[in-house]
Write a protein that binds this ligand. Structure first.
Ligand code: PAF
Length: 285
């Protein structure tokens, strides 16, 4: 039977007891409104552990003042049903009061890899993410935690935090799950009108265009970036936040395609901000 736990203390007691009994615990942190991408993270986590914990918490501290915290889609009943079907053992579902009681004043900040890509347009976002994830790790005590590669920078930032703070947790990244037409799965896709939904395909098409150009011999990042920007601008409702070709570890912009280059995109389609990315490998000589 799947357990649902709302209290921090009770979750800690349960996790500790399971560890003492010799179980391997995995955690998939989520903000709910679960889709196939989340379920895939859970299936992977299940393969690496015998107790699968997920957290469902729409974390207010990672949203900017003008962002969509209030509107963020929520479906706790649907989420519990889906979690049950995948075989989740424990759902940790705290209230904001449980996670941030009055008086809390500690934050976790990763310095450099947060200064690029989404860090530029969402100040404070990653501090909110690392703080809540560190807390979720301390509450659920996992051996393994699983995150999606769709949020490539988030995965990078969390891996860095785990290394720097000597957290004894293995971080596993899972490839992006896409809709049949290629749109990366995201809870925010639910905001899109049918016309915007069609325009949103320009993210996936940009990744394909860049891969094709590099495959055909292009090595100049500025040329590829220009082609992508033209493609995105040709679609209605779109506004580019960033198109970045960068080093896959430091996330610093690069001028020429190296052995591996990360292409990361953030595009507003109407009022909905979407992200996508791919790791581009330079073809061998
Ligand atoms: O990726 C998310 O849904 C969130 O950023 C996370 C990791 C659950 C932290 O709130």
């Amino acid at each position: 039977m799947m357990e649902v736990i709302e209290s921090v203390k009770e979750m800690q007691r349960r996790a500790e007891a399971l560890r003492l009994a010799g179980h391997t615990l995995s955690l998939v942190p989520t903000m709910g409104f679960l889709h196939e991408g989340h379920l895939e993270l859970m299936r992977v986590a299940k393969k690496h552990s015998d107790i699968l914990i997920i957290s469902i918490f729409v974390n207010p501290t990672q949203f900017g003042p003008t962002e969509d915290f209030q509107q963020y889609p929520r479906d706790p009943e649907g989420d519990l049903k889906k979690a049950g079907e995948v075989g989740v053992d424990i759902v940790f579902m705290p209230t904001a009061g449980q996670m941030y009681p009055p008086g809390s004043q500690t934050k976790v900040r990763v310095e450099k890899v947060t200064q690029h890509l989404c860090g530029l347009s969402r100040p404070g976002h990653f501090e909110g993410v690392t703080t809540v994830v560190a807390k979720l790790f301390n509450i659920t005590k996992p051996h393994i935690a699983v995150f999606g590669q769709k949020d490539y920078q988030q995965l990078t930032v969390i891996s860095r935090m785990v290394m720097d703070l000597d957290m004894d947790i293995e971080i596993i990244g899972v490839p992006t799950v896409r809709e049949p037409d290629g749109l990366a799965m995201s809870s925010r896709n639910s905001y899109l009108t049918p016309e915007q939904r069609r325009s949103a395909l320009c993210l996936k098409e940009s990744l394909e265009l860049a891969e094709k150009m590099v495959m055909e011999g292009e090595r100049n990042c500025a040329v590829v970036k220009q082609a992508i920007e033209a493609l995105i601008r040709s679609r209605p409702f779109t506004r580019i936040d960033y198109v970045s070709l960068c080093h896959p570890v430091t996330l610093e912009e690069v001028d020429a395609f190296g052995e591996e280059t990360l292409l990361a995109l953030a595009v507003k389609v109407g009022e909905t901000r979407l992200i996508d990315n791919t790791l581009i490998r330079r073809p061998g000589k």
